[in-house]
Structure formats: C-alpha cells, structure tokens
Design a protein around this ligand. Structure first.
Ligand code: HEM
Length: 420
C-alpha cells in the first residue's frame, strides 16, 4: 500500500520530534494505526531529515536486529536532523565508536572486553550491593515523610548509584556524571538542556570533561586494579593490544549513559502504570513471586530506549518493502512492544502477563543489551521492596514525560504514600 506524503511526514514527526514523546497515550494511539495499516513506514519527505523507514512491528524489528549480514550499525546510530550531524562533523568531533556504533568483528572483539563481567553469575554476585543501595533509597522515601517526586527523588538517583557503584565512581562525583552523560548523548528535553543553546558545543564540552575524568580513572585503575568495571575497561585488550583511547572513552560513555536513564525510566514509568491501576501493586504485594514478571512488564510497557538505526549493506527488503543499499531503518522498540500480533491485550499493563518475556526493549542479535541482567536485577530489587513495604501509594499530581526521541520516559511522578 502506498503512503501519501502528508501521512509520511506526520509519521516521521512521531519518531523524530522530541516534543511528541511527552504525550505517550496519543503517541501510542497514532503509532498503533500505522502498525496495523502499514507495518513498515517510509519517511521520504520529512524536512531536515534524509529518508528512512520506520519498522513498527515486532517481527520486523527482531528480523533486522538478528541479521547483521544485510544490516549493520554505523556511527549514526540515532536519528537526528542532517544539519546536527553535519555540525558535529564540522566541529571536528571524531565519529562515535562505542559498542552500539561498531559492527562485525570489531564490535565482537570490543564487546568481549566486558562480556564476562556482565554474565548472569557475575551480576548475581553483585546482588548484595544492589540490595544495600535499594534499602538506602527506601529509607530515603521514608525520610521524605510520605510525599515525593518518585522519578527525581528515588528512581533516577537509585539507578545512577547502582551503575556508578558498578563502575567504582565515588558518590560525590555522581552529579557530574549525570550532567556529562546527558550532555554527550543529548537529551532534547528543555529541563535537562539547561541554558545550552548549541547542542554541538554542549556535546564537545561534555566530551572533553568526561574524557579528562575517565583518563584519571583509567590511570588510577591501571596502577591500582580493583573489583570494578572501570578496572576492566581501563585494562581492556583487543587483539592482544591495549584498547586505544578513543574506543576506551566511548566504552566508558556507553555503559555510563546506557546504564541509568534507561532503568530509571523503566522504574518510574512502571510505577506510574501501577498507580493508574492499583490492583497491580496489590497483586505484587500478595504474590512476591510475581516480581520478575512485573519487572519485565515495566520494561516492556515503558520501552525507555525509543529506537536505534540499522543501515542496509545491500539492496534488500523488510516486511515486504524494498530498501536500497545504504538505506536506514529505525527500529521502534515501543511500537514493537505493543504489537497485537505478539502480545495479548498489548495496550494493557499487567504484572501477570504470560507473554511479558517477549519484550523487545533490550533489542536482539549481536547488540542485545549488555546490561540486561543488571537492569532486570535493579528493577526486581526495588519493586520487591515497594510491594513489601508500601501500605498505600497514590498520585499527588500529574506525571510528566521527558521530551526526547531517543531515551525517555516519566521524568516527574508526584506521589503520596504510607509505609507499613
Ligand atoms: C531498562 C533498561 C535498559 C534498556 C531498555 C536497554 C536497552 C538497550 C537497547 C535497545 C540496546 C541496543 C540493542 C540492539 O541494538 O539490538 C542496548 C544496548 C546496550 N546496553 Fe542496554 N538497556 C538497559 C539497561 C542497560 C544497563 C543497566 C546497562 C549497563 C549496565 C546497559 C548497557 C548496554 C550496552 C553496553 C549496550 C551496547 C551493546 C552492544 O552494542 O553490543 N543497558 N540496551
């Protein structure tokens, strides 16, 4: 079926205009219509953007993610206006080269540097640390005396503390890490951008400060190795040689950025869904064994990573639509996670959902999220505590969503609550 220009442009805006991610009910309603009617949506005429195709269906997102012969990642992993990409090149910033940007053997060899560290058993060994951090934030909730902004006061700093603990970054440097990681991967939300008017300049400045910080950390961990991820990256070898500065820098960036906003949004958005339907939190309290499924449902429902791009290595097709060599497709994880062909009653949040494990929030194939076990444990640990300790919780105002088309979710969640 052909799609007229007007439909293509408004479809393109749904995926590229940060402001439209602040109203997720409308977003999901409009994208559901595209998914049912078209599946693969060509976007050829969106002003400021070279053409791309949006994959809205679960089967297409999985098929492309798993096929790294016909599809590849490149330094352009996220959709941005062409002018932004040109300005970053003109500013002399070297192409990003983190795991999500690398392809083939280069990707495999760099991923191997930390993959043992992220295996289930290795992450399980850190559970006592995650428990301690979760206890600390439940205590913080108690100390706040019955009302807080759960997203800002609890979810965000909890997720940041877990990932920085994994790294071995001291607590007093966490605000700096938050500022710099957001500066590099660039949230478009006006609340997070602050007074920065030039995203390329902000990125350059953040990258320089971040590099200086991690150069010091690298020197320290090379001289004094510890049981932390910074030590693994600082001493990482590829092909028998130490990782070069650029790859090491981007390694630090990807784990730091991927590791906190994502899980924080899964937690705040999951709680928001449970507050809309209090039976969900009651179910969790009555049956603590539900916690693993509930964590997956929070991650399916919120889908905090909004997309990644893949580029065709040859003339090919996806979902019956031809894509020429070099053509790029946008993998829409939030849309795939509401695909009615895969999830029964897909637009209902349900901690008992039997098909929650079909979630595609973590991607698939060679780039499947490296931090999946950290993310799941982090969510389960906090949800178990909320189910166990909360006697009552309700909304105390309107929640709001971050305006970003890359990583986003509930950024404010005012609640009042009572503990048992
Ligand atoms: C709910 C939380 C999270 C979500 C939704 C999420 C989602 C994703 C997605 C969609 C990808 C790309 C997959 C693909 O291209 O097929 C990815 C990659 C990655 N994630 Fe996560 N992530 C989460 C948490 C984490 C955490 C906690 C860490 C680190 C501790 C982490 C580290 C990474 C890394 C290093 C990659 C790159 C892997 C590669 O390209 O080989 N993520 N994640």
């Amino acid at each position: 079926m052909t799609i007229d220009t007007e439909t293509q442009v408004s479809a393109g805006e749904l995926f590229c205009d940060p402001a439209l991610w602040a109203d997720m009910d409308t977003w999901h309603r409009e994208v559901a219509a595209l998914r049912r009617e078209h599946g693969v949506v060509p976007v050829a005429d969106l002003p400021g953007f070279s053409p791309f195709w949006v994959l809205t269906r679960h089967a297409d997102v999985i098929a492309v993610s798993r096929d790294d012969t016909r599809w590849r990642t490149t330094p352009r992993a996220v959709i941005r206006p062409d002018a932004d990409a040109h300005r970053i090149v003109d500013a002399g910033i070297p192409p990003p080269s983190s795991l999500v940007h690398l392809h083939g053997p280069d990707h495999r060899d760099h991923r191997a540097v930390t993959s043992d560290w992220f295996r289930p058993a290795a992450v399980a060994a850190r559970q006592p640390r995650i428990d301690d951090i979760a206890d600390l934030f439940v205590q913080r909730m108690r100390d706040l005396g019955g009302s807080c902004d759960f997203a800002c006061d609890i979810a965000q700093p909890y997720a940041l503390r877990v990932i920085m603990d994994v790294y071995g970054v001291p607590e007093h440097d966490e605000p700096l890490m938050l500022e710099l990681t957001r500066g590099i991967f660039g949230s478009a939300d006006p609340e997070f951008v602050g007074d920065a008017t030039d995203p390329a300049a902000r990125m350059l400045d953040s990258a320089a400060r971040f590099a200086a910080y991690f150069d010091d950390l690298t020197a320290d961990r090379q001289a004094h190795p510890r049981d932390d991820l910074a030590t693994v990256i600082a001493n990482g070898q590829v092909d028998g040689c130490p990782m070069d500065d650029r790859h090491r820098f981007w390694y630090f960036v990807i784990v730091a950025t991927a590791g906190h906003d994502t899980t924080a949004y899964a937690l705040s958005g999951g709680l928001e869904a449970m507050l809309r339907d209090p039976a969900q939190l009651r179910a969790l309290r009555d049956d603590p064994a539900l916690v693993a499924n509930a964590a997956d449902e929070c991650i399916r429902w919120t889908s905090p990573v909004r997309h990644f791009l893949r580029h065709a290595t040859e003339d090919t097709e996806v979902g019956g639509v031809a894509v020429p060599e070099g053509g790029r497709v946008l993998l829409s994880y939030p849309s795939a996670n509401r695909d009615e062909e895969v999830f029964a009653d897909a637009s209902t949040f349900d901690v008992r959902r039997p098909d929650a494990d079909k979630l595609v929030s973590f991607g698939a194939g060679a780039h499947f999220c490296l931090g999946v076990h950290v993310a799941r444990r982090e969510l389960r640990t906090m949800l178990a505590r909320l189910g166990r300790h909360l006697d009552h919780i309700e909304l105390a105002g309107e929640p709001s969503w971050a305006q970003s088309h890359f990583v986003s979710g509930v950024k404010h969640l005012p609640v009042t609550y009572r503990f048992r």
